[in-house]
Design a protein around this ligand. Structure first.
Ligand code: PMP
Length: 371
């Protein structure tokens, strides 16, 4: 039989063929191999990961678990119960996923009809527009003000043609938290407001909007174990929301999305909360020290941050050049290829011992570039 030619591209959604995709970061071993250095020599400050790693209890729980041959609980009962206690909320309001990325995708799939509008306040986390486009939605960008504060007046105007808004608080990569007054105005628009609190533990968890979820049906709060609990590689996140939405997400999610290792590690991490809070506190202390050290370099302006990273404006040097020269020294930071952030780098806060080599490398690079 003669084979018919098959045009695979004609089969695929045209908008997906055009999609630029999310620019992800790479793991330590890949970075080390590219440079020809040992993985231990890499100072990885590009992914807002927790430099302390997982809690010892979480590692022990993963080692002790014996049921990796059995599918995980599709209802995520134990973890949702533990989270409900941790957050003083109701289990019916909680849904866990493969990182908060999974929740972003699930929420969009649950609510969007083709071409429905989603408000994105750039510069912000790239997964919001990425997942919106994959879900067939339409991204409505309402850029942040010069100071990177939210332009709430413009959001109120755009709300009529949108269904949902994502706000990271603290925002990645700019570092500031949304104020209670701003949140109140957003909730009053009647949009579904998704407050993404991936970094809230570095701002003080008492600032969390979780307690408001009972009051406002149109509020969803996303949280993650990637940053505070050092479990980014396991993919463990969750959302707190109205029981109606939670029940739909539980129905449409992949049945076994939260894997056994992530589940036991989450439970153990919650039991090790005091240690994880203490580490978050050390990280915020290191952030303030690093910020002060960076501020002494004349061509660097660090933005204030309530998260575990610092966005730096660079003046009179090319940010990509600085990033590449840092990488040659084994130091990895994040550059965003967008108009607004062209002369910026985001530096994640690592161990305090990383501050000095990073600042020294930046000073050397400044001298090399005539600054
Ligand atoms: N939200 C924000 C604002 C983030 O910066 C990140 C991670 N970079 C995430 C969500 C995703 O986190 P997770 O690892 O839980 O998917």
């Amino acid at each position: 039989m003669k084979k018919q030619p098959f045009d695979m591209r004609a089969l695929i959604r045209p908008d997906l063929l055009e999609l630029p995709g999310y620019a992800p970061i790479e793991p330590t071993d890949v970075l080390a191999e590219r440079l020809g250095i040992a993985p231990e020599a890499v100072i990885k400050l590009d992914g807002n990961e927790n430099p302390f790693g997982p809690s010892p209890r979480a590692l022990e729980a993963i080692r002790a678990e014996r049921h990796y041959h059995i599918y995980p609980d599709p209802d995520q009962r134990k973890v949702r119960e533990a989270l409900a206690r941790h957050l003083e909320t109701d289990i019916e309001r909680i849904v866990c996923g493969l990182g908060s990325d999974d929740l972003i995708d699930l929420i969009l799939r649950a609510v969007l009809l083709p071409a429905d509008g989603v408000i994105n306040c750039s510069p912000t986390f790239g997964m919001y527009p990425f997942s919106t486009e994959i879900a067939g939605g339409r991204v409505i960008d309402v850029p942040r003000l010069e100071s990177f504060a939210l332009d709430v007046d413009a959001i109120e105007k755009a709300a009529a043609s949108a269904k949902l808004i994502f706000i990271a608080s603290p925002n990645n990569p700019t570092g500031q938290r949304m104020s209670p007054a701003e949140l109140e105005r957003l909730l009053a628009t009647g949009l579904l407001v998704v407050a993404d609190e991936a970094y809230i533990e570095f701002a003080g968890a008492h600032h969390s909007a979780v307690p408001l979820v009972r009051e406002y049906d149109n509020l969803v709060v996303l949280r993650t174990f990637s940053k505070w609990a050092g479990l980014a590689g396991l993919r463990a996140g969750y959302g707190v929301m109205s029981p109606v939405l939670a029940s739909v997400l539980m129905t449409i999610k992949q049945p076994y999305n939260l894997n056994v290792a992530a589940g036991v590690a989450m439970l153990a991490a919650l039991e090790d909360k005091a240690l994880l809070d203490e580490r978050a506190c050390i990280i915020t202390g290191t952030r303030e020290k690093l910020s002060a050290m960076l501020a002494e370099i004349p061509w660097i302006t660090p933005h204030p941050s309530e998260a575990n990273f610092i966005l730096c404006r660079l003046d009179g040097v090319d940010a990509v050049e600085v990033k590449d020269r840092l990488a040659k020294r084994g130091i990895f930071v994040r550059y965003f290829d967008s108009e607004r952030l062209r002369n910026h780098l985001r530096i994640s806060v690592g161990l305090e011992a990383h501050n000095e080599p990073v600042v020294r490398a930046l000073k050397e690079i400044g001298a090399e570039l005539g600054r």
